[in-house]
Design a protein around this ligand. Structure first.
Ligand SMILES: Cc1cc2nc3c(=O)[nH]c(=O)nc-3n(C[C@H](O)[C@H](O)[C@H](O)COP(=O)(O)OP(=O)(O)OC[C@H]3O[C@@H](n4cnc5c(N)ncnc54)[C@H](O)[C@@H]3O)c2cc1C
Length: 439
């Protein structure tokens, strides 16, 4: 059995360690932060996330689906809040049982780490920050409380997120390493809607709430304690942007104008706005994701995407399943396993990156329009009329495990067919009317 050094015990790091541990590999997992069970909350990132079919499948494969999802809250559709405070509910799928789930990041992180620690061949080391990797010798350099140490194994796997130190070492060492990072002009800030005095939710609990406002938006996901975590996605710069919010009065006025129905539910708005960080939104594409049989990248370290399809973690979990399958397929040839994993995932990660950016425009702008709601109804009608033949893009991405690139291609073909059919029907109707008028 091989010895793996994993860097980063975030969502994918914990899960991948459990998968490797189950195969009998020896794993040393190093995390720069303290143990999340000691109350260390992952700062600056989303407090809750939407988990769907791909992520749930990955948890179920290792036997922790039920344990992880016990406190998750199903969200059956989008609740759109327009400027006048009017609500429109748009279900995610024609099948009301298909929903995405709001899950707490910290609790999920703890669940995957504990799943990994059930294997005696796994060791987890918190407060160890990786500063670099020597690729040829699979040696990781780490800063710990008592000074610098090195950790060696047969391979080092970087599961250390969007600003990966392992990827950085690959970038320096591999001559033709491709790397591209692009930031949105928008940042995000988390705010809170606390529970009602009786502990209940102050808005519909089983929905993902959206306040679409064309160039920006706010969303809210429910938490088990009755609260909602809101995220405002807004331009960093511009005449009306994060940068122009100089005083509490500016913030209050902006929220009253844009989100009037949310303001009475947010008693801590001004404090949250002042104290919570404004995060940036990055897409990272790189290649290759491996170096010989020595180093490999998984999750955001390989492919960070913007969060608008709610798929970054789901995709990272899917990476773990695929890498596990590849290591099983080529037990004697780890380089081949890494190469096969990269081949199977890269095209799909790139497709997801594009889909996630496109969905930002859909969420912040199109969800407010009547045309969008009509299109969703048409999608659902076609899905019901042509089961298994017509699948809306959102359904393929969220409720199936169809590769992302295939889903994107299939959606484009479906769109062409739908528009061509609508044109044909319109042409036939016009021809019929001309004929009737002629009579
Ligand atoms: C606002 C927002 C909302 C999101 N919502 C969703 C959603 O609804 N659904 C969804 O599927 N995804 C969502 N995502 C994406 C999701 O958060 C990521 O895709 C997911 O966290 C990736 O997991 P990971 O393990 O690869 O990286 P991370 O979760 O970032 O974990 C990386 C770990 O590595 C550690 N680390 C970093 N550097 C070092 C180092 N040098 N040495 C040691 N340890 C290190 C970090 O401390 C961390 O624990 C969202 C992201 C954001 C920003």
């Amino acid at each position: 059995m091989a010895k793996f050094v994993l860097i980063g015990s975030g969502l994918a790091g914990g899960l991948l360690t459990a998968y490797l541990g189950r195969r009998g590999h020896h794993v040393d997992l190093y995390e720069r932060r303290a143990d999340p069970r000691e109350g260390n909350i992952v700062g600056g990132r989303s407090i809750n996330l939407a988990i769907s079919t791909r992520g749930i499948h990955a948890l179920e494969q290792i036997g922790i689906g039920h344990e992880a999802l016990q406190h998750a809250i199903p969200m059956r559709g989008r609740m759109i809040h327009d400027r006048s405070g009017e609500l429109h509910f748009s279900p995610y799928d024609v099948d009301p049982k298909k929903c995405i789930n709001s899950i707490g990041r910290a609790a999920l992180n703890t669940t995957v780490i504990e799943a990994a620690q059930r294997y005696p061949n796994v060791r987890v080391h918190f407060n160890h920050k990786c500063t670099g990797v020597e690729l040829d010798s699979a040696l990781a350099h780490l800063e710990a409380e008592n000074g610098a140490i090195t950790a060696g194994g047969d391979a080092v796997i970087g599961v250390d997120g969007a600003f990966s130190a392992v990827r950085n070492s690959m970038q320096i060492a591999i001559g033709n390493f491709e790397y591209d990072e692009s930031y949105l002009a928008h940042g995000y800030k988390e705010l809170t809607i606390p529970p009602a005095s009786d502990g209940s939710w102050r808005m519909e609990k089983n929905a993902l709430h959206i306040w679409p406002r064309k160039s920006f938006m706010m969303i809210a996901l429910p938490n088990p304690d009755g609260s909602f975590t809101c995220t405002l996605f807004w331009e960093f710069e511009g005449p009306r942007s994060f940068s122009t919010m100089k005083t509490d009065q500016d913030v209050r006025r902006f929220f009253k104008e844009e989100f009037p129905d949310a303001v009475p539910l947010m008693p801590g708005l001004l404090e949250d706005f002042r104290n919570n960080p404004t995060g940036s939104l990055v897409t990272i594409r790189c290649a290759p994701w491996f170096y010989r049989d020595k180093t490999c990248l998984v999750g955001d370290a390989a492919h960070a995407v913007v969060p608008f399809y709610g798929q970054g973690m789901n995709a990272a979990f899917e990476d773990c399943v695929v890498l596990d399958e590849c290591l099983q397929q080529f037990p004697e040839n780890r380089e081949r396993a890494f190469a096969e994993y990269f081949r199977r995932r890269k095209e799909n990660a790139d497709a997801l990156a594009d889909l996630a950016i496109e969905n930002f425009i859909e969420m912040r702008d199109k969800t407010a329009s009547k045309t969008y709601r009509a299109r969703k109804k048409l999608d659902h009608a076609l899905e019901a009329a042509l089961p298994g033949i017509y699948l809306p893009l959102y359904t393929m991405v969220t409720f199936t495990r169809m590769p992302y690139a295939k889903a994107a291609r299939r959606a484009r073909t479906q769109d062409l067919l739908v528009y061509a059919s609508l044109l044909l029907i319109a042409a036939v109707l016009v021809a019929a009317m001309i004929w009737l008028v002629g009579i």
